[in-house]
Design a protein around this ligand. Sequence first.
Ligand code: ADP
Ligand code: MG
Length: 399
Amino acid sequence: MNIHEYQAKSLLKKFGVAVPEGYVAYTPEEAEEAAAKLGGPVSVVKSQIHAGGRGAGRFKSDPDGKGGVRVVKGGPAEVKAEAGRMLGETLVTKQTGPAGKEVKRLYVEQGCDIARELYLSMLLDRATGRITIVASTEGGMEIEEVAAEHPDRIVRQAIDPAVGLMPFQCRKIAFALGLEGKQIGAATKFLSAMYKAYTELDASLVEINPLVVTGDGSVIALDAKMGFDDNALFRHADIAEMRDEDEEDPTELEASRHELNYIKLDGSIGCMVNGAGLAMATMDIIKLYGGSPANFLDVGGGATKERVTAAFKIILSDPNVEGILVNIFGGIMRCDIIAEGVVAAAREVSLHVPLVVRLEGTNVERGKEILNESGLAIVSADNLADAAEKVVKAVKEAQ
Ligand code: ADP
Ligand code: MG
């Protein structure tokens, strides 16, 4: 799960990470009030959406205008006016895709005197199994771009979980970032606080881009992105409450309500599979036969008829779906139950695209009988390759 910048900053601040002062605003009036409370000569009005690149992004209503992060020098009245121009408008950034995201909240923040913009993040490196710090002198840019163009400007530091983040590691990062004097102590404090937040909050990512050195030499987080391990959210009710459903894909949200593991992709063959590994293999084999999966969907080990129906509806709500492949291995689950679910769901949603079903495992014969007796145009497949070949062919023929 991801959260907004202002939420990430409030969490990080509690752990002692240096962030500028700011207030969230849902209306132009609240933005004005926030600027008045901040009181300084410069306020920055920042669109809160779950996507980066806001500064360089543009509003659909004003493609030649200013971006999603605006520096305002004219006091609270001007902040109010800018907020009015941003709220309710759709911001398109490199990360939102062409559809963009509607801005429903703003963060009004103290203006910061930036001397240098740096990059800093913590994430779990799955190759080493360790929380790893990634730092670069190239702040403000997307780290993927830096990695492609100047890989030498990125430093990494893996953290041994037995001892945690060590002060010498913080100094190493600070030196690599070209920090000096009292900034080194500030960076050590910053990194230690960030690591504490990462581990105690079960984060999966903390990205500070840019981390800035200010004119007077302090080191603060000017932007903050945090992601969390969904499986640990039950331990953090306060973070779970920060979920902003407006920022999530509606079909993925609906899937999570039915405890289905669904990820939308951009192909045309809908997949319904039990088990994540089998689901991955199914997507691969569809590709091998020249098709392209419309989604990843793991219905889980204990899928009921209701869940199978919900899964069908979610798959079919995607207008790109031109065929469906159901691939179930009945281990704990019985194939006859699955077949009943598939038949009921296909009837209920009045299926309009080819459906290929491959069943294997417990009660497979009975399962196949149910499919055959249903009178529905279900294509039965004997193995994974056969199923993939049949669904790709059926989709091509239907075109
Ligand atoms: P995004 O990464 O989505 O574009 P950022 O929060 O990183 O959003 O802001 C983009 C840029 O705007 C920053 O790199 C920085 O130059 C400037 N900026 C952001 N917040 C402030 C602030 N409080 N004061 C001054 N400049 C800011
Ligand atoms: Mg940023």
